[in-house]
Ligand binder design. Structure first.
Ligand code: GLY
Length: 384
């Protein structure tokens, strides 16, 4: 299978996202190509959820390329995406002797990538980082675009990504065979971000929605070729949006469009008691599952504001359900409480909430201070 290469330009940074199979055994040489001058040492931060063999393959490849390599691990949960983990990794980096010319490699899902990226952004005021995403979500979204950070525990709430910075990687290496062993829920979670991209792609890729729908079975059965195409097309959308507004400062639209569904999602994904099927024995909602619910809520809120039709809402729900993602959830706290959590979201600018709402197929817009009754309608639409 051929390897795809999508270019990302963000401010002064310019890098490639490589998407293919069997790339992990070559992370060393693929890093050496772009780390100029070469680092002496590389700290590899690996997700504890990965098979040891995967971590060892990457560590071995870095060593073979001549880098002094030390591996540490990080636990991929929202609670562990914390200031404490950030501090621990800085200490590990300092003990290993990482200096300004050295580099970090993140090997894992979005949580490990964001955490490692933030350590790289700040260790000795910044070292280079290579992202090796191992989940679909990290491949199509989190590893690209330079957002890094950790959650903040405050006032009994987990404030998502409250502490962080923009730090673009030197290269992103996505090797799709690692997705074969990815847990089913984790895999579908990544599809939520792909559905999000179909809802904002517009002229950037007008056929992405139809292509994704037509290839859903091949995607769900994780065929390498179709996954490479899926990831390349999704990364291309993200790359264009990031290039136009790296720091999310555009007055309207811009990078904020990538937050479609996220204002709702952030309000519910940190409630530990919520599970996708309501069974308290199951693991809490994953980020992508919350985004899936957030997409449905955003479509319903937009319908209430007469921005889209009932048919649009139905199509959105159908796409989410076909990807085997939740469209409704039981045991949701009362709507007022969810609204309070939404206003705490970091995307509330200076106290003004900015929501991203669809206005038609492939098109969204940012809306400042959306009417509360529309937000309520969105929340109620996902209540089972
Ligand atoms: N995941 C949203 C962004 O990178 O802006």
């Amino acid at each position: 299978l051929s390897c795809r290469d999508v270019k990302v330009r963000a401010g002064d940074a310019s890098y490639e996202v490589l998407i293919g199979t069997g790339l992990l055994a070559d992370v060393g040489s693929l890093s050496r190509n772009v780390l100029v001058p070469p680092p002496r040492r590389i700290l590899l931060v690996a997700d504890t959820g990965l098979p040891d063999a995967t971590r060892d393959r990457v560590a071995g490849s870095l060593e073979s390329a001549g880098f002094g390599t030390h591996s540490v691990c990080a636990i991929a949960t929202e609670r562990e995406k914390s200031i404490q983990s950030f501090q621990r990794l800085h200490v590990e980096a300092a003990r290993f002797g990482i200096d300004r010319g050295d580099a970090l490699v993140a090997l894992g899902g979005g949580i490990v990538g964001d955490l490692t990226g933030f350590v790289a952004a700040t260790h000795r005021r910044g070292v280079r980082v290579i992202q090796c995403p191992t989940t679909l979500l990290a491949m199509v979204d989190a590893s690209v675009g330079g957002k890094t950070g950790v959650n903040l525990q405050a006032d009994g709430m987990l404030l998502k990504n409250f502490v962080g910075s923009f730090h673009q990687p030197e290269r992103v290496i996505a090797s799709v065979e690692v997705l074969e062993s990815l847990d089913e829920r984790q895999f579908r979670s990544g599809l939520a971000e792909c559905i999000k991209h179909t809802m904002i792609a517009g002229e950037l890729d007008p056929t992405l929605g139809d292509w994704t729908r037509d290839n859903l079975n091949a995607i769900l059965s994780r065929q390498d070729g179709v996954l490479i195409e899926l990831i390349a097309r999704n990364v291309a959308i993200k790359a264009s949006i990031v290039a136009s507004d790296e720091h999310e400062t555009a007055a309207t639209g811009g990078r904020a469009l990538l937050n479609l569904g996220h204002t709702f999602a952030h309000a519910i994904e940190t409630i530990d008691t919520l599970t996708p099927d309501g069974d308290p024995g199951n693991a809490p909602l994953l980020h992508g599952e919350a985004v899936a619910l957030g997409l449905v809520a955003a479509a319903s809120a937009a319908r209430q504001m007469k921005l889209v039709s009932n048919e649009f809402v139905r199509t959105t729900i159908e796409m989410v359900a076909d990807a085997k993602l939740p469209t409704q959830i039981s045991h949701l706290p009362d709507t007022g409480q969810i609204l309070d959590r939404m206003t705490h979201d970091k995307k509330a600018l200076g106290g003004v909430m900015r929501a991203v709402l669809p206005i038609g197929p492939g098109q969204c817009k940012t809306v400042e201070t959306p009417p509360l009754d529309a937000l309520r309608c969105g929340i109620d639409s996902i209540r089972a």
